[in-house]
Design a protein around this ligand. Structure first.
Ligand code: PLP
Length: 387
């Protein structure tokens, strides 16, 4: 990846991989190859169409392997947002005869929170389970809210702002014990290929993923739907993706996402080690700095570390760090600088929320990035507090 100059020195310190990741060279190469050689519609009956259909099948199988499910349970979509909307709207539609209730966490991504808020306006009752002040939500706390009228339980596996993890396999088991007609939807966008999960070994009904969080481009995603799962798809069109997500398939990006999934699946253990070391060294150094409070729980995924720089607004520090080409986020990328939804749900004081920064690692990060961040923070604290 060209984040390095020829002499091995970094040109930038990109520490915002929860917002998006750089497209891996092998993924870009595969996309170009498919665009140039495999343009026929996979639904066409002649030979080039069959070649496209074959590649679609091969890509589906590769993504299924990386999700731990069968190929017939993977549906390609345009993004994580679309996957979440299809699952949520489709689940409640299919259960509207007997259900009137939805359970979700109080810190969902807008692509889960907003369709649920729309359903709430339409008359569905919604129970939102809040995290504790450390950012954690237990599966027991969520499952306790399920009644005989609950259509859907929706929870994210890894929180995009703090990296907090919910044990979604246990959650699905507990929900099914409470009501086996309730659909369990998991937003796995920040978790997929970071945490090991074999979907076929769980009772999760649907699981959303996104290409651009795993070094594929933006504009491609997938939805796992357990075989036999009852869902009324919100989109109407042709029969592509078995009618769950109609529309001519984006074959180049599908093949690119499959290449990224294979690469990420193969490198999972090595990445975990590398990223855990980066996280540990950053965390330890931040703990020594008097002006910093860590907001991520200790057992968060190592890819995400959220902290507040006391007395300095997030945007001020973000732009200060940018001068040294250190790129972090002031919250989730989609909030565009709005106050953090997750830290607010945790009940943190406004000053801590307004000064929060999120660092998020990928395999492309090195100790040089952590050093550049720490030196930028130290300079920033000294200079901005003097103003
Ligand atoms: N869910 C979570 C937890 C996310 O972090 C994101 C993106 O940031 C999404 C869903 C949406 O994914 P996409 O950008 O592919 O629509």
């Amino acid at each position: 990846m060209d984040l390095l100059k020829g002499n091995g020195e970094k040109t930038m310190h990109y520490l915002d991989n929860a917002a998006t990741t750089a497209v891996a060279p092998e993924v870009a190469k595969e996309i170009t190859r498919v665009m140039e050689t495999c343009f026929a519609n996979p639904s066409s009956l002649y030979e080039p169409g069959l070649q496209s259909e074959l590649l679609l099948r091969k890509s589906r199988a590769a993504v299924a392997t990386a999700m731990g499910c069968s190929a017939g349970e993977v549906y390609f979509t345009a993004c994580g947002t679309e996957s979440n909307n299809i699952a949520i709207l489709g689940a409640v539609q299919a259960r509207s005869q007997w259900a009137d209730h939805i359970v979700c966490t109080g810190y969902e991504h807008p692509s889960v929170e907003n369709p649920i808020a729309r359903l709430e306006q339409q008359g569905w009752r919604v129970t939102r389970v809040m995290p504790d002040s450390g950012g954690r939500i237990s599966p027991e706390e969520i499952a306790k809210q399920v009644t005989s009228k609950t259509a859907l339980v929706a929870a994210m596996q890894v929180n995009n702002e703090t990296g907090a993890v919910i044990d979604v396999a246990t959650l699905a088991k507990l929900v099914k014990q409470a009501n086996n007609r309730t659909m369990v939807h998991v937003d796995g966008v920040q978790a997929w290929l970071r945490l090991p999960l074999k979907l076929s070994a769980t009772q999760i009904d649907s699981y959303s993923v996104s290409g651009h969080k795993i070094h594929a481009p933006k504009g491609i995603g997938a939805l796992y739907l357990r075989k036999g799962c009852n869902l009324l798809p919100p989109f109407c069109g042709g029969g592509q993706e078995k009618g769950i997500r109609p529309g001519t398939e984006n074959l180049p990006y599908i093949a690119g996402m499959a290449a990224a999934a294979q690469m990420m699946h193969k490198t999972m253990a090595a990445r975990k080690k590398q990223i855990s070391e980066l996280n540990r060294s950053l965390r330890n150094a931040l703990l020594q700095m008097p002006d910093i409070t860590i907001n991520s729980p200790d057992d968060a995924v190592p890819e995400v570390l959220n902290f507040s720089v006391n007395g300095i607004r997030s945007e001020t520090m973000l732009h200060f760090l940018e001068q040294s080409q250190v790129y972090v986020s002031s919250g989730s990328a989609c909030s565009k600088g709005a106050a953090s939804h997750t830290l607010g749900a945790m009940g943190l004081a406004n000053e801590r929320i307004d000064s929060a920064l999120r660092v998020s690692f990928s395999k492309q990060n090195t100790p040089q990035d952590v050093e550049a961040l720490l030196s930028g923070l130290a300079d920033g604290i000294a200079q901005i507090q003097k103003r």
